[in-house]
Design a protein around this ligand. Structure first.
Ligand SMILES: [Zn+2]
Length: 289
């Protein structure tokens, strides 16, 4: 657990997934990435799926950023990506903080790719039947531009969106839609960053008051520590050149303002403090998160 002012922040590994290494590293050749990550016989690399738990006891806010792949996977579908969901991971982390799932006040949807927010809903009964919200009483924060994109995706990324993950949200009365490129903060000590390189209107919380060393959930702009290199950009990205520009902008904040990064997919590192330069960042230390 990492303390930032009054905030208690924990990175939770809620499962693992294997995605094609070539897709994960874009134009970077396998002779480079194949030596530095775990590759299976299907050319897939091991990734964690992580949630970020943010607790502010004074403000009585319990915020969960992303919910992982969730439980709506038949064995056949799970096998394609070697998905292993740990349904007990989020309850366990909450319990360590003296909390339970019913105490979650806010769910942040960085974006609606299934490996980030399949856990928003569960099957009510049978597979492929109706779904219900996993956190029915929490506010669910999502960017309007991303919500619209998820309902009308491009052919390039439509396989990443599963409507059963989010249609139950439409009439549940729990959506908190944020607008524009500089949205209003949701509450004191949390601000939003909006990016477009990976997917339109990805929503990233920045945790901490001005003056603190703040923490950015960097989402799929920098999915793992290996993606810190500017040119190591996923083939999944809608606008790879914009991802590179957004990485550089983020690194500048890391180096000038002490901004720390929390990753969504690194199998072993929850977050880092950076050193180096915006063009060649290096890890100064890993966060105990
Ligand atoms: Zn994504």
């Amino acid at each position: 657990m990492l303390r930032i002012g009054e905030f208690e922040v924990t990175s939770i590994v809620n499962g693992t997934i294997r995605l094609d290494g070539g897709a994960m590293f874009g134009v970077v050749p396998k002779v480079l990435w194949g030596n530095v990550t775990d590759v299976d016989a299907e050319n897939r690399i091991l990734l964690a799926t992580r949630s970020l738990l943010i607790v502010h006891r004074g403000q009585q806010r319990v915020m969960l950023v992303d919910t992982g792949c969730g439980t709506k996977w038949t064995p056949e579908k799970a096998a394609r990506f070697a998905i292993e969901s740990d349904a007990g991971a989020i309850p366990k982390a909450l319990s360590s903080a003296g909390l339970s799932e019913s105490d979650v006040t806010d769910v942040v949807i960085s974006h609606l790719h299934f490996d980030h927010n399949g856990g928003l809903t569960d099957w009510v009964d049978d597979p492929d039947g109706p779904t219900e919200l996993h956190f029915p009483h929490a506010k669910h924060w999502v960017h309007r531009g991303h919500w619209e994109h998820a309902h009308d995706p491009h052919i390039k990324d439509r396989a990443s969106f599963l409507p059963e993950d989010f249609t139950a949200l439409e009439h549940a009365g729990v959506l908190e839609i944020v607008d524009g490129d500089a949205p209003e903060p949701p509450f004191e000590g949390v601000e939003w960053l909006v990016t477009h390189g990976h997917t339109p209107y990805q929503l990233h919380p920045i945790i901490g008051d001005k003056g603190d060393s703040r923490l950015l959930f960097v989402g799929d702009i920098v999915p793992t520590v290996l993606h810190l290199r500017l040119g190591w950009v996923m083939a999944y990205d809608m606008r790879p050149q914009q991802t590179i520009a957004e990485k550089k902008m983020i690194y500048r904040h890391c180096l000038e303002d002490g901004l720390m990064l929390a990753f969504p997919h690194d199998p072993s590192i929850g977050g880092v403090v950076l050193d180096g330069s915006p063009s060649r960042p290096i890890v100064s230390r890993s966060l105990d998160i």
